[in-house]
Design a binder for this molecule. Structure first.
Ligand code: ADP
Length: 908
């Protein structure tokens, strides 16, 4: 009964953002799960002052996870900014005996929250002095736990890598720009797109990367006063390179370095007057806030909401105010005062014009993006122009001290920022974070601002070639990877060959020399522009011949498990084939996310957005039908990632994954639960999401469900549409980052002597680990890979989220009403497992449901919900399964390579 005695109120305040409803759902359901009382405050602080407070029921958050905005309303309140207003707010909370407040909002809302908490004791005293509250009540209410969750489409909260709503807003922006590009292409137009972002250029900058915009104006990076000629040179150069259209993105807060605002209208006027290009303006406005929440925002909202509840009910934490933030893929609790202070530092640095500090405080991924845009656009573009035309042109001059600024970088300012670690600099790579000292030094020598406007140097040609190929099923984002790899390689002075037709093409030498323009427009393209096939290496000698003929000194393989296997196989052949003694890198691109060495593979986010959309439609189709259960089958082979995350994003009532064995009896229990739900709620339907690789087939599950006379059941197999069309914003930008990282890893390995001569060295897997993109030597992945199942066992992070998804779907009263004793026991076990401490002995002894419940000390809470649910994830596997799991990942590596060599096919 961890939350017993807690009275939690939740409000949404300030600007709304997609994903707030997912956070509300998690807050409400997890509070119920832990027997805490939970209340809504309608319309933010305004509603709080007015006493607009009501009990939040478990049912009230049904069917909201996908919706944009906030269903409890948001508002701005000037009154709350006054002491008098906060006094009223405090009296409402105290009179309702609320002892915990969760606020979902932006920087302003969380500043207000922090103020309220810091004044709380004083406010209580004042209420007593004014005879508005009894001394006894004031004593009972002396403590108010507060937690903030950042909802802001601008992604402008310095203590979190990601805020709720930013991914959905970017999805809207990129969809709009993709659409505009089609029409601009037809008419050879220039489009000026205005996006939100008064003091934060995150949306503009990321959208520019994801759409290959020609020019972007962001507030952190004021353009020089000569921006009209800088920009026009750039746009004209792009046309010269064969582009039929131009896209210029302007953030709302864009300005030049004298502080003058740069508006879309001003940009249009300049382009029309100077270049005579037909130019149109599109202001996206509130469209950016609207529409369905993206997969990532549903996930982020759910995770942050759950963590907020755990923070307020955990006795050791509830005395301090926290805000829930993200660092890479990890949740973190940041003291609220510290987070607000950091935001203030950003604002002060902004006012002072210390933009280097602004960018540094915003985190390294922001700086990385700026650097990527600058480097690839400046150097590679200049090389492209040089190779096409050595003669001078009205828009380009290779001489003079302003050589590079005359090309105009894609980012408005002409100064270069250093990120840490540099996305382009091979020396700092190989997964090593730059030390604090070197970061400081680097920042010192690379100050932002006009004074540091040094031209970038064009690196010397390397007279060395690299090659890139795609292997396996197509995945959205493959082209982004190749795009950035090619451009970064050209920028660094290498020649680059694209291999058409996958491994077959590499064996038969179907190679194309790629230049800067060859990969233009690829970032937004789904599928594989080079061509990809599910195949394995059958002609190593021919491949060695091609590499030698084209003088290839480094190889990038983009793809899923086939790409991984092929790289291992080719590395092994180094013993006999010296041509293969070259560095190789694999960038994981597969919707299944089943490749070891990375938390996410490129393509899986696009697939999950597609799955979430399809599940929304399936659920909608059931709204008019009474008493229906849907069994939705996702792809993913024998990796349950898509099913687990799809189930979470679709708010499924149950989730089946390959990694957890499922027996007929358990499915029967779920059927009873489904019957209960459809009966009680009348129009409520039941949704099960399951992976295609589960040992029990979906048809068998359907048979069991069809035995029910109380509901109809349908099987929906989502099929290949899950591969998605255009890549999601996440896959585009992560693809770009991984492509750049692949290049820097190959460069690092090329510098090393002697060159690799065995499978153990010289081949790396690029992957997202923690908050960094790292290159992991393949040898380190041995022992966690399972070739026969085409998966790996580094799955804890998402398996615990599958447990969270199940907890949030649980109606704790259901099994009792359904009179299903076994179901009730299972729920109890689940409740306890979530709340239990985590020790190895318990983990090992956790077998079936009964065992899980018998080993749990009641009421012991872990600091993090996500740590604790993992316990249950392990508990659900039967002992035999756990043994199988541990052997599965350690012995099959060698055997599978032998199978690969002997020509046996890998299992699909
Ligand atoms: P956001 O939360 O999206 O940044 P605002 O800045 O408009 O949006 O803040 C929302 C509300 O939070 C304000 O209307 C006000 O009630 C409260 N708030 C904002 N800043 C403060 C502050 N400095 N002190 C007290 N309350 C504040």
């Amino acid at each position: 009964m961890a939350g017993a005695g807690k009275k939690i109120a939740v409000l949404t305040s300030g600007g709304d953002a997609q994903g707030m409803n997912a956070a509300l759902r998690a807050v409400v359901r997890l509070s119920h799960f832990h027997h805490a009382e939970i209340f809504y405050i309608k319309d933010g602080y305004k509603g709080l002052i007015a006493g607009s407070i009501e009990r939040a029921t478990w049912e009230s958050v049904a069917n909201v996870i996908q919706t944009g905005g906030t269903f409890i309303g948001s508002a701005r309140s000037k009154e709350f900014m006054t002491k008098q207003g906060r006094l009223k707010a405090a009296s409402v909370l105290a009179l309702n005996e609320i002892n915990a407040l969760i606020c979902i909002g932006g920087d302003g809302s969380l500043t207000g929250l922090q103020l309220l908490q810091s004044e709380w004791a004083q406010l209580m005293d004042e209420l007593v002095d004014m005879d508005k509250m009894s001394v006894e009540r004031a004593q009972r209410c002396m403590k108010l736990s507060v937690v903030g969750i950042v909802g802001s489409i601008d992604n402008d909260f310095a203590s979190s890598d990601m805020t709720i709503g930013a991914d959905s807003a970017l999805t809207r922006i990129v969809e709009a720009i993709d659409a505009v590009v089609d029409t601009a292409q037809s008419h050879q137009r220039t489009f000026v797109i205005e996006v939100m972002g008064r003091q934060c250029g995150y949306l503009a900058l990321t959208a520019a990367l994801a759409t290959e915009a020609d020019f972007v104006f962001v507030p952190e990076w004021p353009a020089g006063v000569d921006w009209p000629s800088t920009m026009c040179n750039r746009l004209a150069m792009m046309r010269k390179l064969g582009r039929r259209l131009n896209v210029v993105i302007v953030a709302e807060g864009a300005m030049d370095d004298t502080g003058n605002k740069i508006t879309p209208e001003a940009v249009q006027k300049v382009v029309e007057e100077k270049l005579k290009f037909d130019t149109r303006i599109t202001k996206l406005g509130h469209v950016q806030r609207g529409g369905r929440a993206s997969f990532l925002d549903r996930l982020l909202g759910t995770r942050m909401g759950a963590e907020a509840v755990y923070t307020v009910i955990e006795p050791s934490l509830c005395t301090e105010a926290y805000v829930i933030g993200m660092e890479g893929n990890k949740l973190k609790r940041v003291p609220l005062a510290k987070a607000i202070e950091r935001n203030k530092m950003v604002a002060t640095a902004f006012e002072k014009g210390d933009l280097n500090a602004v960018v540094r405080l915003r985190g390294k991924t922001f700086a990385e993006k700026v650097e990527y845009l600058q480097t690839t656009s400046e150097i590679a573009a200049s090389r492209a122009v040089q190779s096409r035309s050595r003669s001078s042109s009205p828009c380009y001059s290779s001489s003079s001290s302003s050589s590079f600024s005359s090309f105009s970088p894609a980012v408005s300012p002409v100064t270069k920022i250093r990120s840490s670690p540099s996305i382009m600099n091979a020396k700092e790579e190989n997964g090593e974070e730059m030390s604090e000292k070197s970061e400081k030094e680097s920042n010192k020598s690379n100050r932002l601002g006009p004074s540091s406007n040094k031209p970038l140097e064009l690196p010397a040609k390397k007279n060395m070639a690299l090659a890139v190929l795609h292997v396996g099923a197509p995945a959205a984002g493959m082209n982004s990877i190749t795009h950035s790899f090619v451009r970064c390689a050209l920028a660094a002075g290498y020649d680059v060959y694209g291999v058409h037709d996958s491994l077959t093409g590499l064996a038969s030498g179907v190679m194309e020399k790629l230049d800067w323009s060859s990969v233009a427009g690829w970032v937004s393209k789904g599928g594989s522009m080079l061509g990809t096939k599910k195949e394995k290496v059958t002609e190593p000698y021919a491949i060695a011949g091609t590499l030698s003929n084209y003088n290839i000194k480094g190889l990038l393989i983009v793809g899923g498990f086939e790409a991984y296997s092929a790289s291992l196989y080719l590395s092994r052949q180094r013993k006999t084939l010296p041509e293969l003694r070259i560095p190789m890198a694999v960038v994981p691109a597969t919707i299944s996310n089943n490749v070891p060495g990375t938390r996410v593979s490129i393509g899986s986010d696009t697939a999950l957005n597609e799955i979430a959309r399809l599940i929304d439609s399936v659920k909608q189709s059931g709204t008019g039908t009474r008493k229906r259960s849907f069994i939705v089958e996702t792809m993913g082979g024998q990796c349950g990632y898509l099913a687990a995350m799809g189930g979470l994003a679709g708010a499924a009532d149950s989730i089946h994954i390959f990694e957890e064995q499922m027996e007929g009896r358990e499915v029967e229990r779920q059927r009873v639960e489904a019957e209960h739900r459809v009966k009680r709620a009348g129009t409520h339907n039941y949704l099960m999401v399951r992976g295609e690789g589960c040992t029990m087939r979906s048809e068998e599950v359907l048979e069991i469900f069809r035995e029910s006379h109380q509901m109809t059941s349908r099987l929906v197999t989502l099929g290949h549409v899950q591969q998605g069309g255009a890549p999601s914003v996440f896959d585009r930008q992560m693809g770009l980052r991984m492509g750049a990282k692949a290049l820097s890893s190959l460069r690092t390995m090329l510098m090393e002597e002697p060159h690799p001569d065995s499978e153990k060295e010289g081949t790396v897997m690029i992957g997202l680990q923690g908050s960094s993109i790292r290159a992991t030597p393949m040898i380190e992945l041995k022992g966690i890979s399972c070739f026969s199942h085409r998966s790996h066992n580094d799955t804890e992070w998402w398996r615990k989220l599958a447990i969270l998804a199940r907890v949030l779907a649980l109606e704790t009263r259901a099994p009792d009403s359904a009179k299903d004793k076994r179901g009730a026991r299972a729920l109890e076990a689940l409740a306890e497992a979530v709340a239990e401490g985590q020790s190895e002995e318990k983990r090992e002894s956790a077998g079936g449901e009964a065992k899980v419940s018998s080993l749990t000390p009641r009421g012991v809470l872990l600091p993090s919900f996500e740590q604790s649910v993992l316990q249950r994830g392990r508990g659900t596997r039967r002992t035999k399964g756990v043994e199988e799991e541990s052997t599965m990942y350690s012995v099959s590596y060698e055997d599978e390579l032998v199978e690969y060599e002997e020509g046996k096919t890998t299992k699909e």
